[in-house]
Design a protein around this ligand. Structure first.
Ligand SMILES: Nc1nc2c(ncn2[C@@H]2O[C@H](COP(=O)(O)OP(=O)(O)O)[C@@H](O)[C@H]2O)c(=O)[nH]1
Ligand SMILES: [Mg+2]
Ligand SMILES: [Zn+2]
Length: 302
């Protein structure tokens, strides 16, 4: 019980600097301000809010979260969203995706206990076989995968996505230029309206994806897509170094074979992970990226 339990619950559908757009249960969206200086709610949060002025509100409290997807570097933490059911990482045949960023996103999702599917978009392009090859280690890890051609085969892509999304809140992540906006517009015909409504409330004309945005796919508001701006940096400082291999399923599978229980899989003798790399069971690039992230997590800042 909290002293705000009598207030209505709303859903944060967008963050905008120091204020938020909160959707109340009747579907109305209004600008809400945090009480006091602190502003720590994120898209997907359920909040207790109270009306203020004629058409705005005040966020009084954030309900406990089921999960929180975020990245963390040396200096700051950046939350993506809370309370999501699944993550869709969209990569494209073009532009060639960064495997490091892909690994980091997967680690952050594992750490937040959010199940992930990788979708390869633009399979109408000739670079498709080599993109598939780069994703082979992920397929071998038994990560669910999908192949899309969001512009070249709209119907086929929608037929794959629609049942997979139904009834869930899906966070869509991926580098820019891979087709995230195309996907949103394909599945949500009134996407522009859902943003436009907010832009009017904020007196801002900008419709670009510069902030994370919650969209309802269906009129019943059961299925949601959360669109995010493309990411560049992706720190995973929230992870304990010893936990890192456990968040990488291919490494985790072999870490039990190491001689030392606290093996870092770097130089120790009798290392099951390095044996697996040598045997081709763990991809050399994944192992290299593991080493890079581990170095980051164990580096000391004075
Ligand atoms: N060839 C091809 N181009 C696509 C496909 N899907 C999206 N694109 C193009 O890729 C570009 C970037 O798409 P966009 O949705 O803006 O990417 P975002 O930055 O992730 O939001 C646009 O020019 C799209 O038309 C596809 O399946 N095949
Ligand atoms: Mg976009
Ligand atoms: Zn080891």
């Amino acid at each position: 019980m909290s002293r705000f339990d009598h207030l209505d619950i709303g859903l944060v559908v967008r963050g905008h600097g120091r204020h938020y757009i909160v959707e109340s249960q009747d579907g109305l969206r209004r600008v809400c301000h945090p009480r006091g200086k602190k502003s720590d709610c994120v898209v997907g949060d359920l909040v207790r809010w109270a009306p203020s002025g004629s058409d705005e509100g005040v966020v009084e409290a954030v309900e406990p979260r089921r999960n929180l997807l975020f990245r963390q570097d040396e200096w700051k933490t950046k939350s993506f969203a809370a309370n999501v059911d699944q993550l869709l990482i969209l990569v494209g045949v073009e532009p060639v995706f960064s495997e490091t960023q892909l690994c980091r996103a997967l680690i952050a999702a594992e750490a937040a206990d959010i199940s992930t599917t990788i979708a390869l978009n633009k399979i109408d392009l000739p670079g498709t076989p080599s993109a598939r090859e780069r994703l082979a280690p992920y397929r071998a890890m038994e990560l669910p995968m999908m192949e899309l051609a969001l512009t070249a085969d709209r119907e086929g892509s929608a037929a794959l996505l629609t049942p997979w999304l139904a009834g869930k809140k899906t966070f869509v992540m991926g580098p820019s230029g891979t087709g995230k906006s195309t996907l949103i517009n394909l599945l949500i015909p009134d996407a522009k309206a859902q943003v436009g409504e907010i832009s009017v409330a904020l007196n801002s004309g900008r419709h670009t994806t510069t902030t994370t945005q919650w969209y309802w796919v269906d009129a019943e508001r059961q299925t949601a897509l959360i669109d995010s701006p493309g990411f560049q940096e992706f720190g995973v400082k929230q992870v304990e170094p010893m936990q890192l291999p456990l968040l990488m399923p291919d490494l985790r599978k072999h870490a039990g074979n190491c001689r030392f229980y606290n093996c870092t899989h770097q130089h120790e003798p009798g290392c099951g992970v390095r044996d697996a790399v040598e045997a081709g069971l763990i991809s050399a690039s994944r192992y290299r990226i593991y080493g890079e992230i581990l170095a980051e997590l164990t580096s000391k800042r004075w």
